[in-house]
Design a protein around this ligand. Structure first.
Ligand code: GLU
Length: 320
């Protein structure tokens, strides 16, 4: 057990340092997302031994968007196992935009579960017997991971569904190549719903800490995700989690992470810590501007990079 006070001080300092950064723009391609308050800003951390700290608008709810993708991938792996899941989606970075209407030409599968094509293939694998059942089953998992019931923002879901021609095109492409079955509307309902789960920054840090804690919620000790597959989700986040910044993120920050277009980022420090930042102004790659800045500084200060070799900060955390 370690004292969280150093971490608190640092998070407080980073909040002050970056709150004046007004760079970037709120996503508006899903009309409802454009209504977000651009000034909102929150940082949360939860340790695997159950200490937590948040600063800023940490109670403000926003839609999880793409941050659901590694979690949905975990659920698919649990239901179907590796072999079957990987016969529907690869684990190769694409180097293309997250919403590209494309498959890997070599495999005729989506590149990975972090791009929309892969996430829609995963949604098909976990969609359940009815549209309600698949969404309810995922919400149940998330409730264990965060320690409270979560709900869908139906206005965001419907807004995305009404303007989601690109995702529909992807779904038809997937069906054409036998990656998903003919229940296209059911699959898209699952996909749009899971992107629209409402979380706050504390929830996201709790999910990240649950993943860091090998699938067990650090507060309740309950299993949200099966231990066997947690590494699969971490690997996919590490290589593909930050849109077209994934390589640079791995280089500069060096931890598994996933961001979403509503402005959330969750970062997982394996067996130690979950971190989240919420700030809806995005850079040109779709990542939260303040989120990137905070995580980069935090990783530097505490030596969080997976390949860090000698930073006194890393000892501080690793003694935990
Ligand atoms: N629901 C969004 C879409 O498919 C997710 C985008 C994201 O957060 O990357 O466009």
């Amino acid at each position: 057990m370690y004292d969280i006070s150093e971490l608190k001080r640092c998070i407080g300092d980073l909040y002050e340092k970056h709150r004046g950064n007004n760079g970037g723009n709120v996503a508006s391609y899903i009309p409802e997302l454009g209504k977000a308050n651009p000034d909102h800003f929150a940082i949360s951390v939860v340790t695997v031994d159950g200490q937590e700290f948040s600063v800023g608008d940490s109670q403000h709810e926003f839609t999880i968007q793409s941050i659901i993708k590694p979690l949905a991938f975990l659920v698919a792996l649990e239901i179907h196992g590796r072999e079957k899941t990987l016969s529907h989606v690869g684990v190769e970075p694409s180097g293309d935009a997250f919403n590209s209407v494309e498959l890997n030409p070599r495999t005729r599968l989506p590149y990975n579960p972090m791009v929309n094509a892969g996430a829609i293939a995963v949604a098909s694998l976990i969609k359940g017997a009815s549209p309600e059942a698949g969404v309810a089953a995922l919400l149940q998992r998330l409730a264990i991971a965060v320690g409270r019931e979560l709900r869908i923002d139906e206005r965001v879901r419907d807004s995305e569904s009404m303007t989601g021609s690109r995702n529909r095109a992807i779904a038809y492409l997937l069906h054409n190549f036998d990656v998903i079955d003919e229940q296209i509307d059911h699959t898209l309902h699952q996909y749009f719903s899971q992107c629209s789960v409402l979380v706050n920054s504390r929830d996201l840090a709790m999910i990240a800490a649950t993943v860091a804690n090998l699938g067990e919620n650090p507060m309740s000790g309950k299993e949200a995700f099966a231990l066997t597959y947690v590494r699969d989700a971490m690997a996919a986040m590490f290589t593909c989690g930050m849109y077209d910044y994934s390589g640079e993120w791995a280089y500069r920050v060096g931890v598994p992470a996933k961001s979403g277009v509503a402005g959330g980022i969750m970062a997982v420090i394996n067996r130690q810590l979950g971190i989240s930042v919420y700030s809806p102004r995005l850079d040109e790659r779709g990542n939260s501007v303040r989120g990137i800045a905070v995580c980069t500084d935090l990783a530097e200060e505490f030596g969080l990079h997976a390949f860090e070799f000698m930073n006194p900060g890393s000892n501080f955390l690793r003694d935990a």
